[in-house]
Design a protein around this ligand. Structure first.
Ligand code: ASP
Ligand code: MG
Length: 420
């Protein structure tokens, strides 16, 4: 008998029919002889709707009250799923994040899990119950309800898997696994059998959307094997683990170049003009942002003239108001002449460890964009990725062109991915 943690996202729980479908799926896993903890998100787009409601009643959001509001979404899901399972004749109990022992820090709306006390979970499992747990939420040690940031149910599932030393953490979603790119956008996208944590981390944080990036980091640290699969069929999905070629004595370095093409529509570019060129300025700007928990992504500092630089950087769209708010007083103290903000951009990236030893890879990506006459606003590269900021309206054409350029629609998936 094993311990299986399952996670079902909002799209798998959208309405009574789908909830019953999930209930059957949970029961199946339990009947196969496993102890099952199922983590659920809010139904459908409930969280979006709650956020909208919140912004309609108040211009200035209290993050604490936002957590109070958003945590209700998952509470609805656990109750409904537990009712459905009970009705099918199985022993089950629903638990909120707090009841499941999920302790977080005090950063409302973006809390981090500090610790899981799995006592209650283990007790219920030992009594033979299926446990349904609310994703995305936890509690501080002052008994304040927190949420973990958008998509946070994945983190809950991985953290519980680590705490219970589960055999596998199954992430059920509305796609069949991790693809070479978004199959909803590009029909030629192909499913990958295995990706490594590092590849997945890049794909997820680059906007591939299947897994919450922090959940992948967490899985990597605690060595939790993930299985990303569809809630609507029983086909194998994609395994995410440390080593891509664990089962194969493989020597395919020469062919391995690019694993996938990711895009992120949820990005905006901030430009700072005439920033004084002296030590400590970048430190001042980016410390102020990090203090407010703003994740800055690409940072580019342009060539210096007359003792001044231009700096541009990107951040998530939802953080941009906050970024501007933080930057305003700073522009005066530092002496920056102008700030611009461009929300009409997206980020397109290629990922794969093979590119580090292949100098032509970035060039091929730029060629694919040039062929579509797509202008590049910013470029950044790392060991296993190349990212470009382009106009948002051109994202789909860009992804299609790059996907094709690297033969991701054709190559045997075995030959894609990371070089060991
Ligand atoms: N319901 C939350 C959200 O939509 C958490 C999740 O879905 O994982 O962000
Ligand atoms: Mg959701």
């Amino acid at each position: 008998m094993g311990i299986v943690v399952q996670k079902f996202g909002g799209s798998s729980l959208d309405g009574p029919k789908k909830i019953k479908n999930v209930a059957r799926r949970v029961i199946e896993c339990s009947k196969a002889g496993n102890q099952v903890v199922t983590v659920v998100s809010a139904l459908g787009d409930t969280t979006d709707k709650l956020i909208e409601l919140g912004t309609q009643v108040a211009e200035c959001q209290s993050r604490r009250e936002m957590d109070m509001l958003l945590s209700t979404g998952e509470q609805v899901s656990i109750a409904l799923l537990a009712m459905a399972i009970k009705d099918m004749g199985y022993e089950v109990i629903s638990l909120t994040g707090a009841q499941a022992g999920i302790l977080t820090d005090k950063t409302h709306t973006k809390a981090k899990i500090i610790e899981i006390n799995p006592e209650r979970l283990s007790k219920e499992l030992d009594e033979g119950k299926i446990v349904i747990t609310a994703g995305f939420q936890g509690i501080t040690n002052d008994n304040e309800i927190t949420t973990l940031g958008r998509g946070g149910s994945d983190i809950t599932a991985v953290a519980i898997s680590a705490a219970l030393r589960a055999d596998v953490c199954e992430i059920f979603t509305d796609v069949e696994g991790v693809y070479t790119t978004d199959p909803r956008m590009i029909p030629e996208a192909r499913k990958l059998a295995v990706v490594t944590y590092d590849e997945m981390l890049e794909l997820a944080s680059l906007g591939a959307g299947v897994l919450q990036p922090r959940s992948v980091e967490f899985a990597k640290i605690h060595n939790v094997i993930l299985h990303v699969r569809s809630s609507f069929n029983h086909r194998d999905g994609t395994i995410v683990r440390e080593d891509r070629y664990m089962d194969n004595n493989c020597q395919m370095e020469k062919d391995v170049v690019v694993t996938g093409v990711a895009y992120d529509l949820n990005t905006a570019r901030i430009g700072l003009f005439d920033v004084p060129d002296r030590p400590g300025v970048a430190h001042g700007i980016f410390t102020a942002l990090s203090r407010e928990n703003i994740n800055v992504d690409m940072i580019v500092q342009g060539a210096m003239r007359n003792g001044r630089n231009d700096i541009s950087f990107t951040a998530a769209s939802e953080d941009i108001e906050k970024v501007l708010e933080i930057m305003k007083p700073l522009t005066e103290t530092i002496g920056i002449s102008k700030i611009t903000c461009d929300r009409d951009v997206s980020k397109v990236s290629i990922v794969g460890a093979g590119m580090i030893t292949n100098p032509g890879v970035a060039a091929a990506m730029f060629e694919a964009l040039a062929e579509e006459e797509i202008n590049i606003h910013m470029i950044s590269t790392s060991e296993i990725k190349v990212s470009c900021i382009i106009n948002k309206g051109e994202t789909e054409r860009a992804v299609a062109s790059i996907h094709k350029k690297f033969n991701l629609d054709k190559t045997d998936q075995y030959f894609l991915g990371r070089i060991k």
